[in-house]
Design a protein around this ligand. Structure first.
Ligand SMILES: C=C1C[C@]23C[C@@]1(O)CC[C@H]2[C@@]12CCC[C@@](C)(C(=O)O1)[C@H]2[C@@H]3C(=O)O
Ligand SMILES: O=C(O)CCC(=O)C(=O)O
Ligand SMILES: [Fe+2]
Length: 358
């Protein structure tokens, strides 16, 4: 039996202080434990690119005949893009946003009934990457993989089935979209289904797995000194993100610094994750991103984290490796990679890089 995402952290406990979450709304000023400086994160004080510079991740219409090339360009230069005409019904985006808002509005004692355990994958808690930082993040999250029924029953004794239904519909739409986006991006590199035998469209439902990460960034008294979600790359092939209409997501470019991804009503943000960077032999950027917070508006986001089943080894597509070159990375499964990342965080990728002798 392949390991499912639910089992990834079994035997790899991470002690995180979920139960010490404060009542964010009662804090009139930022406690020291939430105050970030460049000592806590070297990229903290890198100036954001001024909106007037007009730099933003590309907005791509999936119905455009040249969509595959536009996506390819975005993956190579940004590792991120926004999409419209993606086919996901607007009511479903409203539905998942409504569910997310309802969940985080519950009293803390109720949310803690579904707290993620030290070895668990799903449930309520602080960001998994929190253990790598000295300061706390101004956010709370809820991770779902597989059926959320047990957790949702604890959260909403009466209405859990309605909420499970929304998650099921949302995941179904996201899976279809993620697969379409992967093939469009690969097409731009001249890679087709024959080149990756484990990912054939006919076995699509068998080879992929996913998690949903719901994020809440409460209103913050001193947003300039706080951090919603610290800089990271996703471990996924790709992540599809829905954000409410409050800005906060920023992507990092070496030449531009932090660039804010302004919400576009009805659009979805796509982030290239570490596994796609590996698969593309480094041609696609795994985008560094973070979430900032706001003084007047709370922010919600829903990330659909998508990758291969745990028994699938990901390695650079041979067609993308030059005849006289070694592939940039060794092969790795999502499970192995998540475990490496849980221990080594942003050094994980370099640990599977092939070091080529000159
Ligand atoms: C499958 C996963 C990717 C993720 C860790 C997780 O086990 C579930 C949550 C995901 C998330 C979301 C917030 C940022 C992130 C780095 C984290 O701490 O938890 C990602 C993880 C990831 O992509 O590595
Ligand atoms: O809230 C956001 O915009 C970012 C969320 C994110 O990066 C994640 O869940 O992995
Ligand atoms: Fe992320």
């Amino acid at each position: 039996m392949p390991t499912m995402l639910t089992d990834v952290f079994r035997g790899h406990p991470i002690h995180l202080p979920h139960s010490h979450q404060p009542d964010f709304s009662s804090l009139g000023e930022l406690p020291d434990s939430y105050t970030w400086t460049s000592k806590d994160d070297p990229l903290f004080t890198v100036a954001p690119s001024p909106p007037a510079a007009g730099e933003n991740i590309p907005l791509i219409d999936l119905n455009h005949p040249d969509a595959a090339n536009q996506i390819g360009r975005a993956c190579r230069t940004w590792g991120a893009f926004q999409i419209i005409n993606h086919g996901v019904p607007l009511e479903l985006l409203h539905g998942i946003e409504f569910l997310t808002r309802s969940l985080f509005q519950l009293p803390i004692q109720r949310k803690l009934k579904a707290a993620r355990s030290d070895t668990g994958f799903s449930g309520y808690g602080v960001a998994r990457i929190s253990s790598f930082f000295n300061k706390k993040m101004w956010s709370e999250g809820f991770t779902i993989t597989g059926s959320p029924l047990n957790d949702f029953r604890k959260l909403w004794p009466q209405l859990h089935l309605n909420y499970c239904d929304i998650v099921e519909q949302y995941e179904e739409q996201m899976q279809k979209l993620a697969s379409k986006l992967m093939w469009l991006s690969l097409k731009s590199l001249g890679v087709s289904e024959e080149d990756i035998e484990w990912a054939s469209v006919s076995s699509e439902l068998n080879w992929a797995q996913s998690a949903l990460q719901l994020n809440h960034y409460p209103v913050c008294p001193e947003p300039d000194r706080a951090m919603g979600l610290a800089p990271h790359t996703d471990s996924t092939l790709l992540t599809i993100l829905h954000q409410n209409n409050t800005a906060g997501l920023q992507v990092f470019r070496d030449d531009l610094g932090w660039v804010t991804v302004l919400p576009v009503q009805g659009s979805l943000v796509v982030n290239i994750g570490d596994l796609f960077h590996i698969l593309s032999n480094g041609m696609f950027k795994n985008v560094i991103h973070r979430a900032r917070v706001n003084q007047t508006r709370s922010r919600l986001s829903v990330a659909f984290l998508w990758g291969p089943r745990s028994d699938t080894k990901i390695s650079p597509v041979p067609k993308l490796v030059g005849p006289a070159e070694a592939p940039l990375y060794r092969s790795v499964t999502w499970t192995e990679y998540l475990r490496t990342k849980a221990i080594h965080f942003n050094k994980a990728l370099s640990m599977i890089r092939n070091h080529i002798e000159e």
